[in-house]
Ligand binder design. Structure first.
Ligand SMILES: NC(=O)c1ccc[n+]([C@@H]2O[C@H](COP(=O)([O-])OP(=O)(O)OC[C@H]3O[C@@H](n4cnc5c(N)ncnc54)[C@H](O)[C@@H]3O)[C@@H](O)[C@H]2O)c1
Ligand SMILES: O=P(O)(O)OC[C@H](O)CO
Length: 351
């Protein structure tokens, strides 16, 4: 008897979750090892007087978070996260990182034995006692299943439009890594699998902090040379953070899409950059700007800066990461945005 078909569930339906749903809906029908139907968890809300799940299931489009792009009809929206995941063999977590813990808690006694997870979220997890851990570690701890990661230079609207780009899958299990690659890869979205899972994930979270710094620089009216310095010194801190806390990775991992490529795209085209520039120009706080500018989408960088500050404080290492630290202090209005330039000027690089 042949093996039963595997089911894929997508947990999250924002800008990136919907983009991945668009890709997987097309790709999955090419395999005879997967069920064609893919359930997608939608955090229910009303859009123009209708439930978002109804809009997606009737019009095959997430008109709020990815307007203008059609899903294949095998993408089925569910408002109940337990119903979404209960039969799934592969759980793709594509939530803003702030919502990962509560979602795991809601499904933890309903996950199929033998399932595995993949995290696409960029950020860290902070426990009640202020301990900081990787999201993939938290997912594994809460659900008791392995968790791999997908990170890369992937501004969702561009990926959804099919302009060429690439991403990095972090997986040490060959079979699972190949399955994830098969579900995601297209002619325009090329996938590389690497075993340095932890560092791949950390880079995805840290680049958002540098993007906030890039936005501050833009908002202050500095030009491309200054932004290049933000990117370079930010990358130095990203590398140092990985070396300090996740040693043993391949040194070339920073050259993958999850490293320098994601850092560049996010410092030019991302939401963190855009809102951080407006923070300087308007004087409004981050939460207000997020609500005004992003139509329900969520920023990851300011919270990641707070999480990293907590991490560094606990390890007594904050002084080695002045750019990360300055971003958090500026977001919290403890220091002026212009202090970013001092953090660059007096960076340990120049000592
Ligand atoms: N958008 C991108 O370009 C992109 C690219 C790569 C990676 N990512 C990462 O993917 C993750 C998800 O980002 P996104 O862009 O898909 O999301 P998003 O910011 O577009 O959307 C926010 C989502 O959060 C949902 N939500 C709101 N409140 C919620 C709650 N209480 N519980 C659960 N869900 C709730 C909304 O319904 C919506 O689906 C992030 O970590 C992000 O860094 C995003
Ligand atoms: O829009 P941002 O700043 O959340 O960045 C989006 C992606 O992470 C870019 O890869």
């Amino acid at each position: 008897m042949s093996d039963p078909l595997k089911r894929v569930a997508i947990v999250g339906s924002g800008n990136w979750g919907s983009t991945i749903a668009k890709i997987i809906g097309n790709n999955i029908v090419k395999f005879n090892t997967f069920e064609n139907e893919v359930r997608m968890y939608v955090y229910e809300e009303m859009v123009d007087g209708r439930k978002l799940t109804e809009i997606i299931n009737e019009e095959h489009e997430n008109t709020k978070y990815l307007p203008g792009h059609k899903f294949t009809p095998n993408i089925v929206a569910y408002a109940d996260v337990v119903e979404t995941v209960k039969d799934a063999d592969i759980l793709l977590f594509i939530l803003p990182h702030q919502f990962v813990e509560r979602t795991c808690n809601a499904i933890k006694s309903h996950v199929k034995p033998g399932a595995f997870a993949v995290s696409f979220s960029k950020g860290f997890y902070v426990g009640k006692d202020n301990t900081v851990e990787l999201l993939s570690t938290a997912i594994t701890r809460l659900l008791e299943i392995p968790c791999y990661v997908v990170m890369g230079a992937n501004i969702a609207s561009e990926v959804a439009s099919g302009t060429f780009c690439e991403a990095t899958v972090g997986a040490r299990n060959y079979e699972h890594g190949q399955m994830v690659k098969g579900l995601l890869q297209t002619e325009e979205f090329r996938i590389v699998i690497k075993p340095d899972t932890e560092v791949i994930e950390v880079l995805g979270a840290l680049k958002n902090i540098v993007a906030v710094a890039a936005g501050f620089s833009d908002g202050l009216g500095y030009g491309d040379n200054t932004k290049a310095a933000v990117i370079r010194l930010g990358l130095k801190e990203m590398v140092k953070f990985c070396e300090e806390f996740f040693p043993g990775h391949h040194p070339h991992i920073f050259l993958e899409s999850c490293g320098v490529a994601d850092l560049v795209t996010t410092c030019y085209g991302g939401r963190n950059r855009k809102v951080a520039a407006a923070f300087v120009k308007t004087g409004k706080d981050i939460k207000t700007l997020e609500a005004e500018m992003l139509n329900g989408q969520k920023l990851q960088g300011p919270d990641a800066a707070a999480e990293v500050k907590e991490w560094l404080k606990e390890k007594g290492q904050a002084n080695k990461f002045p750019l990360f630290t300055a971003v958090h202090d500026i977001c919290e209005r403890r220091i002026e945005p212009t202090a970013l330039i001092d953090a660059l000027r007096y960076h340990p690089e120049f000592w």
